[in-house]
Write a protein that binds this ligand. Sequence first.
Ligand code: SF4
Ligand code: FES
Length: 361
Amino acid sequence: MAENGSVATHKPLGLLAELTHRCPLGCPYCSNPLALEKREDELDTATWARVFGEAAALGVLQCHLSGGEPAARRDLPEIVASAREAGLYTNLITSGVGVTTRTIRDLWEAGLDHVQISIQDSDAVSSDRIAGYRGAFARKCALAAEVKRLGLPLTVNLVIHRANIERIGAMVDLALSLQATRVEIAHVQYYGWALKNRAALMPTREQVARATTEVEALRQRHHGKIVIDAVVPDYHARYPKPCVGGWGRRSLNVTPSGKVLPCHAAESIPGLEFWNVRDHSLADIWIGSPAFNAFRGTDFLPEPCASCERREADFGGCRCQAFALTGDARATDPVCHLSPRHDLVTELAAVQTDEPYQYRR
Ligand code: SF4
Ligand code: FES
């Protein structure tokens, strides 16, 4: 692809289509921004179809239909059909609430390829409490059964934090009983709503160590039956993750109103200019928009990243986290033990409270 200054512009592989911020659940770690976009500002069906075509032309292979709860959009079957028509692999990421038997059948007929259902806990009462919605657990399990009846592949998403970290084994058992072929275990990432609830969600170092060992044991026990993908918990890690595979390098996010972001939390960094699909083609945005070029590559990184041999592997970590913790989005992610501000992370990782959650509303 084209060169952008000194930085080669890679092809994006994935498009996260945030179809709406509307959602019946109120998870205290929701990755949506604190200021949710309104229904009347959402892109219409035809614009999404154009975006999918532009994404495919740009090299995107996978389209993740997300939200909020994507099923809050009545035109979801048409949206799925248009993504399929553009040649994209379509993955529905759903809370499972509000997706009726009829809806999932319509989506299947429209060509949906894969379903991911988030489940908050293996214990129904705890699961509903975390989601802030009574009866959600039962609906999720019912949808999973319907997904399998239609023969669609199912992934169960598990977000781990202090309230459920002791039940990872039971949650994987639940995913197996729902006939999922893959489970995605991700510890809470502290941006947006999760940042508000950080101390209430934060597990102890000992809990994280036990969980890491348990995930390894589960992988061996269930080898060949289910794939277990696990993301290392940030605040207890030695090195940071290569967030979104590198800023402006692998994926793009389109918000409900059409803003295109390099990552789902990019709006938490002040001063970035995001271009909108209503005004620009996706290719122009990918190559030329100020937000995508702000932290592309590694040239902007200060020491210790500038002279570190890992910088092309982790890109200095997460820009949103660097900003949230240090006030400087260019800084080394303080999760890295080599960061001069690593003390911030060790201090915060030691703070746990039993305060009630501030639910996303
Ligand atoms: Fe990664 Fe920077 Fe830490 Fe090196 S110093 S491991 S590049 S975050
Ligand atoms: Fe934005 Fe990591 S969440 S770069």
